[in-house]
Each structure stands twice: as C-alpha cells, then as structure tokens.
Design a protein around this ligand. Sequence first.
Ligand SMILES: [Zn+2]
Length: 285
Amino acid sequence: MLKKLTNRVYYMPHYSKTDRPTLGLICGDTYSLIIDSGNSPAHAEAFLHDAAKMNIPPVMGVIITHWHWDHTFGMEAMNALTIGHQETKAQLEYMKTLEWDDDSLDARVKKGEEIAFCGDMMKLEMPDRNHLKIIGLDVTFHDKLEIDLGGVTCLLQHVGGVHAKDFIIAYIQEEKVLFLGDCLCPDLYSGEWSYDYKDLNRLLQLVKPYDVEYYVSSHQNPQTDQELWNDVNELCEMGKFVGDEKSVESAVKRFRMERNAGPTEQQMEDITFFVNGNQKRDGIF
Ligand SMILES: [Zn+2]
C-alpha cells in the first residue's frame, strides 16, 4: 500500500538496504503523476502494483528528478510518458551507451567513473541486469514547467546543485508538498563526498520561497516544515563554522576549543563534507 501524505499526494517509502528512493504519486481530477521511476524494474512494478489497487485517474507521466541510477532504472517498467530536465535527457543518452554487467560496472568503479556504493547497491537490488534497458525522456524543459492535473498543479523547477547539475524539484501547489529528491544531498560523484557551502545557500534560496507543509526527500521519510529546516540549519551552521578550512583535523581542533565538546557523529560528517568541498574548489582532488 502506498502511504497517504495529503489528500492528493501518496508515496512509497524509501528502502535503504538496496537504496530504493521514495516514489511519489500525485492525483488530480483528470490525471495522476508519478515522481521518480525507482532503482529497478522490480521497484517500479511494486509501485505500479500498489497504485493499481487505488482508484486513480490515468497516469499522465513520470517525473525524473535527476539522472542517478536509483531514479532512472525503473523508467522503462513505468510504461509512461517520461518528463524531466534537458540535461537529464543528455545524461540518459550517455547511460544508454554503457554496459551494466558486473565486470563493466567493476571496471568503471576502478576507473573512478562509478561510485563503489552505487555499484554495490545495483548488484543487491538487481543481481541480473542483462535485460536492463535505459530509456530517454519524452518531454524536457530548461527552467520551469507547470503541469495541470485537474484541481492540482505540479510546478517543476530546475535547481541543479552539487549533487546533480540536472536536478529538478516538484512543488504540488494546492497540497503544499515539495518533492526535494536528493537536491540537498552532498556531491557523491567527484572524489570524496562533499558539500559546497555557497552552493548550498544558493539552493536554499531557491527552495525557501515555496509555501510548504511537507518536504519529501528521496532517502528519508517525509518531513514537516519545522523538521526539515531544523536539519538544514544544523547543516548550515557547520558549513559556516568550517568556513574556508581545508583540514578536518584543524576544524575539529577549533570546534573542541570553541565549544568545549567534541563534534557529534553528524557534526563530524558535516565538517568532513564541507572541508572536502573546500579542497575540491582548490583542486586538491
Ligand atoms: Zn541522486
């Protein structure tokens, strides 16, 4: 069963053991819309199976938030119009040229073209990838796109960011729900995992103006307005603290001196990611 978030918004919760992201379903009077296609045909089929038990209007299409495998490998199985950013389309065209068997995947991880974490998760979610077919986008846009589902409007906005340049967010206006996907996640694809404090602030300026009751992120449970901004403020506090620091050791030393306590596990992770971001800007990686 899909979970009900608001009157018109449902979701299938994320599943961290095989990195399945949250999938959304928006039901208008005329059409339904799916947010993200899942990380395998099996994931997409499980979602469609649950959706079929509900009395919903015809599915107009599936929104693809960004190109990462866990959001796109279920595209063919969704069997619907695919909608997303033009850069996502370009990236999918490239992914069509790749082989996804274990040997090819391992070789790309070795060369640094694929992340070990993603490779491991792909193997767990989909041990046999012989029949995996990457498909492209049917509808693309550059900056914004508005979709009228009948009584419910879905506003798509390109926000980009360090996690993925093609990133789009989906705002369900009448329901005050904002699908953030992974847009506030760190950069996983260029060397050590990292945040860029300036870019994070740029993203937050784009996200903030929306009037939101629930935020839906891909790899955690939906959050209320207060819950999300508590987390974001803590993250920003660490970004501000790290400043231009390029060494984790000296950042932690300063933290202990200023606060008379060691950083928590979460703070330690945030510090490390922001320091990594500073090093990347300086081309240390
Ligand atoms: Zn992602």
